[in-house]
Design a protein around this ligand. Structure first.
Ligand SMILES: [Zn+2]
Length: 268
């Protein structure tokens, strides 16, 4: 308790800023979902990924700030995929490779007969949001031919205005950690900057930095709250007032010199 005046508390601000940083990370994901699609800043790319069993998967990835949507079609037979290549390559250049993140590559969970379900093309959509790092994810899977109902994982559908929005809520742990560190440390810096600025102002006004009580230059502790004064403050406590007197008298001299100069210039 005796060091209260010297060092601001550490544990409480850190805990508060971790909590607020986490809240800001989650908020960034919500804001990214709600941001309108901007055709100029967003980007789209499509790619075809051939699986080992002779089937193919199509992935369309569209991105805007803090938001990525992967639309996956497949798996489908290679002959069907070739026909689709013809159609799609005219509009959007096609790349090879699988741009799906690992959590989107996992097998689609389907209800019903697994044999027929495995052959039918599926649409699955993966959504990840968050800024500066993607920090929350979700996917929604639908079997195109067999069943209309979708299987959602980590998606909350919310009607905003007239549109239904898909908010992801499964954590992407590294993104969540990174965003929490970014936002939390920014808040912590602001916290300490304001604490130190506040104390510096009190000290400059000759008051106790902890409680604001006016201190005299000689005592080693604040008479009000008992906070020990800094050694540097005590050393300059009497010295500063003495130097202030000197500075004051010298400024008086300067003023008088200036006055005499100006008066002499007026005479001419
Ligand atoms: Zn005090």
């Amino acid at each position: 308790m005796t060091t209260r005046g010297h060092h601001p508390a550490v544990l409480l601000p850190v805990l508060v800023c971790v909590f607020l940083g986490l809240a800001a990370a989650i908020t960034s994901s919500v804001v990214a979902v709600l941001l309108p699609d901007s055709g100029h800043h967003g980007s789209r790319d499509s790619s075809r990924h051939d699986l080992a069993n002779g089937q193919s998967v199509y992935v369309f990835a569209s991105r805007k700030a803090g938001y990525t949507l992967w639309s996956v079609t497949g798996p489908m037979e290679s002959s069907v995929a070739d026909a689709l290549d013809e159609l799609r390559s005219r509009k959007i250049p096609l790349r090879q490779g699988d741009p799906r993140p690992a959590w989107l590559r996992r097998a689609v969970v389907l209800q019903g007969d697994p044999e027929t379900a495995a052959l039918a093309p599926q649409n699955s959509r993966g959504i990840a949001a968050g800024w500066p790092l993607l920090c929350l994810r979700g996917r929604t899977d639908r079997n195109v031919n067999l069943r209309p109902q979708s299987h959602d994982a980590g998606i909350a559908w919310v009607t905003v205005g007239q549109a239904k929005r898909a908010f992801p809520w499964h954590p992407l742990w590294w993104g969540l950690l990174g965003n929490t560190v970014v936002y939390g440390s920014a808040m912590l810096s602001c916290w300490y900057a304001s604490v130190y600025a506040f104390r510096a102002i009190r000290r400059w006004r000759g008051r106790c930095p902890a409680c604001g009580y006016p201190t005299d230059g000689n005592s080693s502790r604040c008479p009000e709250c008992g906070t020990p004064r800094r050694a540097s403050d005590q050393a300059t406590g009497t010295g500063s007032s003495a130097s202030a007197t000197v500075a004051c008298s010298s400024s008086l001299q300067t003023t008088s010199t200036l006055t005499s100069k100006s008066s002499s210039s007026d005479d001419r």
